[in-house]
Design a protein around this ligand. Structure first.
Ligand code: AMP
Length: 190
């Protein structure tokens, strides 16, 4: 059974790659971004709290996302089929909380894959996505730049956390979607 964390900066293609992997291994795709966007559009208490952070490209407070992940990962589908986490953990405190939760339920991660893309390429991609109008309210140039800054300050250290734990696999995120998914699938197959 696969229990995967997919790491990488905004614009690295995590969502697209997550879809490929989840289809191939029939694991639930757990995206905190998707769950939060749904909460915002349904105006749930969580959505109301999260919206201003998301619109500015800032991280939603740890306790909110940790609670939602705890709830999601202990659902039957994840217990039965594993999971792929996309967009979580995004801070060291989230990574530590995840370690603790998975230890509690005796379900350690099987793979942590970090998609590596240079800032130069990311900025080009993000600008393109903003211009095409992805429909995401956090996809304009200014907010995208902040998302990248937040990534470097708060999320990049998460990779080091897993590197220290000895289970980080780094993947070159440049090239076509297929090239990148082949690299990722090679790791997950092993
Ligand atoms: P994403 O779709 O993963 O890029 O997430 C979109 C936005 O949701 C982010 O810019 C954050 O505001 C929020 N978000 C998603 N995942 C997390 C997380 N693990 N921790 C804090 N905020 C998050």
């Amino acid at each position: 059974m696969k229990r995967i964390v997919l790491l990488g900066p905004p614009g690295a293609g995590k969502g697209t790659q997550a879809d490929v992997i989840c289809e191939k291994y029939s694991v639930p795709h757990v995206s905190t971004g998707n769950i939060l966007r749904e909460a915002v559009s349904n105006k749930t208490p969580l959505g109301v709290k999260a919206k201003t952070f998301m619109d500015a490209g800032n991280l939603v407070p740890d306790d909110l996302v940790i609670d939602l992940i705890r709830e999601r990962l202990t659902k039957e589908d994840c217990e039965k089929s594993g999971f792929l986490l996309d967009g979580f953990p995004r801070t060291i405190d989230q990574a530590v909380a995840l370690d603790k939760l998975l230890e509690e339920i005796s379900r350690p991660l099987t793979h942590v894959v970090d998609i590596d893309v240079s800032d130069e390429i990311l900025i080009e991609r993000i600008a393109g996505r903003a211009q095409e109008g992805s429909g995401r309210s956090d996809d304009n140039a200014e907010v995208a730049a902040n998302r990248l800054k937040v990534y470097h300050e708060q999320t990049a250290p998460v990779s080091a956390h897993y590197k220290e734990a000895g289970n980080l696999s780094e993947v070159d995120g440049t090239g076509s979607v297929e090239e990148v998914s082949t690299r990722i699938l090679n790791i997950i197959n092993s």
